[in-house]
Ligand binder design. Structure first.
Ligand code: COA
Length: 328
């Protein structure tokens, strides 16, 4: 018999939870190295910045964890969304456990005022997509998951000159005061990145929100690396790219936003800042082996830039969504 219960990861034995995750990853995303236990434990203890608070459930057969569900209650612009991930061990799928877990999380989603449920970790064409469809979710976005595998990439990809009229600036951690204002404006250029029919909205960046996000990243031990292109004539930030690294996973870089202000597009700045980021990271962190990123499939410019600096598509992912009121 399978039982479902709320799960508090603090102080829990995460071995069974991790085993389900690794088995599921091997079935659905075999091209990616498995998430180490310490990484899973770290994420459960402190969700990544911007994810909001989380709640967890597990399904057990006897004492063994066979499946789990996690919900992130996104905040600010996205406080209507319950970002939900349901994972069932591949050896025990199609026995109603995924559906039972989804049913178990619904009261909490309602209690926290969520209007819609979204899942962003579904591999296109996988069990997950077919299940989501059967449960009434609709596909709202197609996403390419790409990785730059350092040992398999020609370093010539990172040899990109800075376009005339610009200079590059790098920092780790907090943005320098003198560029904070224009950096916050430049971050807003991410609003032009397509989101399909997802209810997700990019943050309205201000200097205060930049500082708050930096504090959140710091509190979680994440090191934010920024490369920005500064427009020489005005001294303002014209484009940026961010990669985060966590000391518990020194071989891995998490690509976050890359954005170029509309007036500065078409001059190769995106490629230039991304290439410089790789050069910088490799010089500073020789143990780095992978940089992973997700890009909207319709965002052809970003995908081209990613390929030019050596990113290779690993998997096609989809985001799914359903209104909570229709999931009763
Ligand atoms: C998605 C997932 C959680 C489903 O778990 P599950 O316990 O197998 O799902 P259920 O048994 O509740 O399936 C309910 C119904 O969904 C449909 N379904 C599920 N998997 C399916 C598949 N591979 N092919 C066709 N239909 C499927 C069926 O209609 C099924 O009912 P049936 O078995 O009576 O025909 C599981 O496949 C998984 O862990 N996938 C990887 C993670 C993932 O993609 N999660 C997505 C949700 S965010």
């Amino acid at each position: 018999m399978v039982t479902i219960e709320r799960f508090d990861p603090a102080g829990a034995d995460l071995g069974g939870y991790h085993a389900v995750l690794v088995a599921s990853q091997a079935a659905d995303r075999p091209e990616e190295p498995p998430l180490p236990l310490a990484e899973v434990a770290g994420r459960l203890a402190k969700p990544l910045p911007g994810m909001g608070p989380a709640a967890h459930w597990v399904a057990r057969r006897g004492d063994d964890v066979v499946a789990f569900a996690g919900v992130h209650f996104l905040d600010a612009e996205n406080s209507g969304i319950g970002l939900t991930d349901v994972v069932v061990h591949p050896g025990i799928r199609r026995s109603g456990i995924g559906t039972a877990l989804l049913r178990a999380v619904l009261p909490e989603l309602r209690a926290r005022g969520r209007k819609s449920v979204e899942g962003w970790q579904v591999v296109a064409g996988s069990d997950g997509e077919r299940w989501a469809e059967a449960r009434g979710f609709r596909r709202v976005r197609t996403i390419e998951r790409l990785a730059l595998v350092v040992d398999e990439t020609d370093p010539a990809c990172w040899d990109v000159p800075v376009p005339p009229g610009y200079r590059l600036r790098r920092w780790a951690g907090a943005a320098p005061e003198d560029v904070l204002g224009s950096y916050a404006v430049a971050r807003g250029a991410i609003h032009d990145a397509p989101l399909g029919d997802s209810g997700f909205r990019w943050p309205e960046w201000t200097a205060e929100r930049v500082r708050a996000a930096e504090a959140e990243a710091r509190a979680q031990g994440l090191v934010q690396h920024l490369v920005v292109a500064v427009h020489e004539e005005t001294g303002t930030v014209a484009g940026l790219t961010e990669v985060c690294v966590h000391p518990r996973r020194p071989d891995w870089g998490y690509q976050r936003d890359t954005a170029v202000v509309a007036a500065h597009r078409g001059r190769g700045l995106g490629r230039c800042v991304k290439a410089d980021m790789v050069r910088w990271l490799l010089a500073e962190r020789p143990g780095l082996r992978w940089i992973s990123t997700n890009t909207g499939a319709e965002n052809t410019h970003m995908i081209r830039v990613n390929r030019e600096v050596g990113f290779v598509t690993q998997a096609a992912m989809i985001a799914v969504r359903q209104e909570l009121s229709r999931l009763v």
